[in-house]
Each structure stands twice: as structure tokens, then as C-alpha cells.
Design a protein around this ligand. Structure first.
Ligand code: NAP
Length: 337
């Protein structure tokens, strides 16, 4: 057993942002580690995830998940190694995933930790392709807006965590043509060279509708929307009859900036297009099954991943600000310790 620390560092919410968050919204605080109660484990976190949805939790408003509290540690997905345990179910030495990220050590009830198998894949993948981001892409393209063989599929935020995996999953599901949108030439090149996209759109270059028309002259069957705003509007316009749209995210509006004009829903009605929202938590019952499938995809090269890694807990706020502004390719991660 490794030496047990007495103190842990955590990132707290110092102030609620107005518009885009800044480093001043976060504080790094050191606190004593609580004694383990029966059924609890002490985890040394090795990796943590920063995710766009956390921006919504910084605001004090009702949502599908409660807001972060001022002066308290943020939370989010993390993986780590159990260094002390008062739980028979999860012994010292186990690797676990859990939701007490944004700190270097976490005391948690064993019931809220899930053992992960490092023999399946490097543990950081359990925050990316084998984590909720991979599951989001899979659920969107198999259940919310199912891909059928030969379909033309459009994916936004395509060089990010969900998008980079989604394009490859669409291909594995039999899509005929997969088109991705991302910001800037370096990312669009990556879509073609690394992530298996057939065509790439640089949304920062303007004329989004014209670029999509060029990439998919006969229209699209499936759209995985992570962006909202103009992306969703031009996708509805480009949908073929009975097309399917998975409403996964709307990052263009997360900082409360003026929302761009939304889609013409009458066009969706007359083309019998379905638009369906999703929350990945509804798919947790199939998580184990998904991990088994996706671990196979990682091992045989069906799905290739990239990670952008920031080093150290003190860099977690910068990593989070970066994921909102596009500093990442693939999954944005923070390596701890
Ligand atoms: P990500 O794609 O790795 O990172 C976000 C990316 O969004 C950035 O890298 C940036 O890439 C792009 N972006 C930022 N502002 C933009 C804008 N105004 N217009 C277009 N693109 C913009 O993040 P992720 O974790 O994979 O999440 C992707 C989306 O899925 C988010 O909307 C997230 O909230 C959503 N999500 C939903 C669920 C669910 O259960 N519904 C679960 C997971 C994720 P560029 O450089 O290309 O701009």
C-alpha cells in the first residue's frame, strides 16, 4: 500500500461566470482528507475529464443536473487507483472510474465507483472512447438517430471527443459517406487523415450551407448535432426525407451568447425529419456492453483516438476553458499526479 496522504487539493467554484468563464472563476484549495467510513474507498485520481456540459453547472439555474456550489469542489468524471479501502467490494489496488474529479484524492462510497479493467485499454480511455463520450456517440448513432447502411452522415464538433469517435462509429455501422465540421484547417485535415471522415467542413471559413452542399450534393440522412445554431439550421435544410437528427449538444450557445437563428422546423415537418434529444445517462444500463464492443474497436483499429492532455490539477481550469474554445483535438484530459 502506498503512503497515505493527509491533505488533498481540489478545484472549487470561486465565482459564477457572466458569459465566457475565466481562470478567476476557479480556486485551488487544499483540505484535510476525511477518515474513511465503512464502505468507503480513498482513490488517488490519475486522470480527470473536462466536459462542455460543466459550463451549464457553473450557472445557478435549474437544469437536468444541479449547479456547482460556490466554495465547493467541482465534480466530474475521473479515473484512479484505490489506495485505502473499507469496502470488501473494491480492494486496495483496484482501478476505478467515478464522478469525484477536479481533486487529486477522493473519498467516495464504493457504491459510486465502477471498477475498470486496465487490461482492456489504458485507463484514460475510460474517460474518452470507452467512457461517456464514446457512449454518447454510440447511443446517438444507434438509437437516437440510427445510421443505416449507405447513409450520408453529418457530424459537428467532429474533431472533438464525441465527434472524433462518432465519425468512425458511423463508418463501422455502414454509413456510405461521413462528413465532419470543425474549426480551422488543422482540424479538418485531421478529420480526413486520422478520423476516417470522407469530407470535412471548416465552419470558421464561412458559407457553411455552401460547404455542406458541396460535401453532400444529394443531402444527408443523419446529423449528430453538438453545436446548435447555424449548424442545426443548415442540417435541417440539407436533410433528406425521413432523415434523423440527434440533438446531443448546443455548444455555440453555452456561454449565453446571442443564439443564432434556429432551424426551420416546418421544413423538418414536411420532410418527416425526426429531431430527438438525448442524455447519455439514459444509456448507463448498456455501458458494460458498449465498453466490450468499443474495446474491440480500439484494439483492432476500427476506432482511432487522440487526446489533448494538460498536466496537473492546477491546469484543470485551463483545460476546461480550452475545451470550450476548441483548444483540444480528440478528448481533452488532465493527467494528475
Ligand atoms: P469536444 O467536442 O471535445 O469539445 C468541444 C468542441 O466544440 C471544441 O473542441 C470546439 O471545436 C467546438 N466548439 C466550441 N465552440 C463552438 C462553436 N461556437 N461552434 C462550433 N464548434 C464549437 O467536447 P465533447 O465532450 O465531445 O462534447 C461535444 C458536444 O456533445 C457538446 O455539445 C457536449 O455538451 C455534448 N455532449 C452531450 C452529451 C449528452 O448526454 N447529451 C454527452 C456528452 C457530450 P472547434 O475547434 O472545432 O470549434
Amino acid at each position: 500500500m502506498e503512503n497515505q496522504p493527509t491533505n488533498a487539493r481540489e478545484i472549487q467554484l470561486a465565482a459564477r461566470p457572466v458569459g465566457a468563464p475565466t481562470a478567476a472563476n476557479f480556486a485551488l484549495v487544499e483540505r484535510p482528507i476525511a477518515e474513511l467510513a465503512d464502505g468507503q474507498i480513498l482513490v488517488r485520481n490519475t486522470w480527470m475529464s473536462v466536459d462542455p456540459y460543466m459550463r451549464g453547472r457553473m450557472d445557478d439555474r435549474e437544469s437536468y443536473i444541479p449547479p456547482f456550489q460556490l466554495g465547493e469542489a467541482l465534480e466530474g468524471s475521473a479515473v484512479g487507483e484505490v489506495i485505502a479501502s473499507r469496502s470488501e467490494a473494491i480492494p486496495v489496488g483496484s482501478n476505478v472510474s467515478h464522478f469525484a474529479g477536479w481533486r487529486d484524492y477522493a473519498v467516495i462510497d464504493a457504491a459510486f465507483a465502477t471498477p475498470i479493467d486496465p487490461a482492456l485499454a489504458d485507463v484514460h480511455h475510460f474517460l474518452g472512447a470507452l467512457g461517456t463520450t464514446g457512449l454518447t456517440a454510440y447511443a446517438a448513432l444507434t438509437d437516437i438517430a440510427p445510421v443505416r447502411p449507405g447513409d450520408t452522415v453529418f457530424i459537428s464538433a467532429a474533431a472533438g471527443a464525441v465527434g472524433s469517435v462518432a465519425g468512425q462509429i458511423a463508418k463501422a455501422l455502414g454509413a456510405g459517406r461521413v462528413i465532419g465540421s470543425a474549426g480551422g484547417p488543422a482540424k479538418t485535415r485531421l478529420l480526413l487523415e486520422e478520423f476516417g471522415y470522407d469530407a470535412a467542413i471548416d465552419y470558421r471559413a464561412g458559407d457553411l450551407a455552401g460547404q455542406l452542399k458541396h460535401a453532400a450534393p444529394d443531402g444527408i440522412d443523419v446529423y449528430l448535432d453538438s453545436v446548435g445554431g447555424e449548424h442545426l439550421r443548415i442540417a435541417v435544410d440539407a436533410m433528406r426525407p425521413k432523415g434523423r437528427i440527434a440533438l446531443v449538444g448546443a455548444i455555440s450557445g453555452y456561454n449565453g451568447d446571442a443564439q443564432e437563428a434556429g432551424p426551420d422546423l416546418y421544413k423538418a415537418a414536411t420532410k418527416e425529419v425526426s429531431l430527438r434529444g438525448m442524455l447519455v445517462s439514459s444509456y448507463f444500463p448498456i455501458f458494460g456492453e458498449y465498453i466490450a464492443t468499443a474495446a474491440g474497436w480500439l484494439a483492432d483499429g476500427t476506432v482511432r483516438t487522440k487526446e489533448t492532455v494538460y498536466e496537473g490539477l492546477e491546469q484543470a481550469p485551463a483545460a476546461f476553458l480550452g475545451v470550450l474554445s476548441g483548444a483540444n483535438t480528440g478528448k481533452m484530459l488532465v493527467r494528475l499526479g
